[in-house]
Design a protein around this ligand. Structure first.
Ligand SMILES: [Zn+2]
Ligand SMILES: [Zn+2]
Length: 350
C-alpha cells in the first residue's frame, strides 16, 4: 500500500522532551543532524541569565535549564512545507511532572501542538498524557486559539498491562482512560489503521507486520482484561507479547528521505523500518529515532538487528529509551558515523 499522498516536507525538527538518556556533552558525528539546543555549549552561550560581578564572564549557565531524563519517550515533531507549519507530539513519557518540567526548561510554547499521538498503551509513554493535554489545551486558550487538541489513539486499550517475572505477574499502572483523556481537554480520534494527519505531513502506521524471525515481541508481556458482566475486580491476565496496538510515526523529508519515530519497537525496529520503506517505495530511509527495545535481548538478536539495520543503511540513527547500552555500542561499532546520542532536551534538525 504505497502512500503517494504523503507530503514531501521542506524542514523537520524533533525536540526530545523525554528520554532515558541525558548526554548534553558528547559530540555529534558530522554530516548527520544539526543540534540547535540541548548541548551544554548551546545552553551556555544562549543563557538568558546575565551576570555583572565576575570580571569578563557575562552569562551564567544554570543547572535548572538542563532537562531531566526519565524512563519513557516524548518527542515534539515540527515540520514545514511551503511556509505552512504543523506539530505533533509523539507520546508524553511516564509522568506529567517530567513533561511539564522539561517543556518549561526548554521554554517551549505548548500551544503549537496540534495532534498528540500515543504510540502504544504502555505507561512509560502514556503516564504524562493527561497533564500534557491539559497544558497544551490551556496554552491554546491563553493564546486565544479555539483549535482542539486532537489525541490520536489505538482503540484497543487494555485494562492493565503488566509483565511476568518468573512465576509472578506484576501489573503496570493503568494507562489513562479515554474518559480521563477527554476530561483533560483532548478530542479523541481512535485509529487502528495507518493514516496521514495534518494535511498529509505525517503518517501514523497501523499494525506493524512481524516478518523477521528474531524479533519476537516483548518477552513476558501480559495484559489484564475484566470479565464481562462481572464485578470490577474479576478478570484474568493473558500473555500479550506482541503489543499489536503499537504504531510508529513517519514522514518524508525533501532531499533526505524517510524519518521514522519508533517508541519501543516491540514489533522489532527492523520490522518497523522495513514497513516504512515498503510504504514509500523508492524513498531512502534517512533516519530512525526512538527506542529499539534491545536492552534485554540476547546477543544473537542484537547482532541480527544491527546487521539488518546496516542493510537498510539509514544515514542517521538515534537509538534512545529502551535500546540499551549494549545495542548502542554495537551500532556505533558496526555503523560508524551514523549514530547520534538521543539526549533529552536536544532539538534536532534533520
Ligand atoms: Zn512499550
Ligand atoms: Zn517504552
Amino acid at each position: 500500500m504505497p502512500l503517494p499522498h504523503l507530503q514531501t516536507l521542506d524542514t523537520l525538527t524533533a525536540t526530545i522532551l523525554i528520554d532515558n538518556d541525558l548526554d548534553p556533552i558528547s559530540p555529534i558525528p558530522p554530516d548527520t543532524v544539526d543540534i540547535t539546543n540541548g548541548l551544554i555549549r548551546t545552553l551556555a552561550t544562549s543563557s538568558p541569565h546575565g551576570v555583572h560581578d565576575r570580571g569578563d564572564a557575562h552569562k551564567e549557565l544554570r543547572m535548572e535549564d538542563i532537562c531531566c531524563a526519565a524512563h519513557g519517550v516524548s518527542i515534539l515533531v515540527t515540520a514545514t512545507k511551503d511556509g505552512q507549519q504543523h506539530s505533533v507530539l509523539f507520546d508524553a513519557g511516564p509522568e506529567g511532572g517530567v513533561w511539564e518540567g522539561n517543556v518549561r526548561r526548554l521554554g517551549l510554547q505548548a500551544e503549537s501542538v496540534e495532534v498528540v499521538m500515543l504510540s502504544h498503551w504502555h505507561r512509560d509513554h502514556s503516564g504524562g498524557l493527561t497533564r500534557a493535554i491539559e497544558l497544551i489545551t490551556e496554552a491554546k486558550k491563553a493564546s486565544g486559539s479555539s483549535a482542539p487538541t486532537i489525541v490520536d489513539l489505538h482503540p484497543d486499550r487494555p485494562e492493565y498491562r503488566g509483565m511476568a517475572i518468573g512465576k509472578e505477574i506484576i501489573s503496570l499502572q493503568a494507562d489513562p482512560t479515554f474518559e480521563e483523556i477527554e476530561h483533560a481537554g483532548g478530542e479523541i480520534r481512535k485509529e487502528a489503521e495507518g493514516h496521514t494527519i495534518l494535511d498529509d505531513f505525517f503518517y501514523i502506521s497501523g499494525e506493524i507486520p512481524r516478518r523477521t524471525t528474531y524479533e519476537t515481541g516483548l518477552k513476558g508481556g501480559m495484559r489484564f482484561e475484566k470479565d464481562q458482566d462481572e464485578n470490577e475486580e474479576e478478570g484474568d491476565w493473558f500473555s500479550d507479547e506482541i503489543i499489536a496496538d503499537e504504531r510508529f510515526l513517519m514522514c518524508n523529508l525533501k532531499g533526505k528521505g524517510i524519518v521514522m519515530f519508533t517508541a519501543c519497537s516491540h514489533a522489532g525496529v527492523v520490522n518497523c523500518a522495513r514497513h516504512a520503506v515498503k510504504l514509500l517505495d523508492d524513498v531512502p530511509l534517512h533516519a530512525i529515532i526512538g527506542g529499539f527495545h534491545l536492552a534485554t535481548s540476547e546477543a544473537a538478536q542484537m547482532e541480527s538487528t544491527v546487521q539488518d539495520l546496516k542493510k537498510l543503511d539509514p544515514a542517521v540513527i538515534l537509538p534512545g529509551h529502551c535500546t540499551g547500552w549494549r545495542a548502542k555500542f554495537a551500532i556505533e561499532r558496526q555503523m560508524p558515523g551514523a549514530m547520534v546520542p538521543c539526549s533529552v532536551g536536544m532539538r534536532i534538525k534533520f
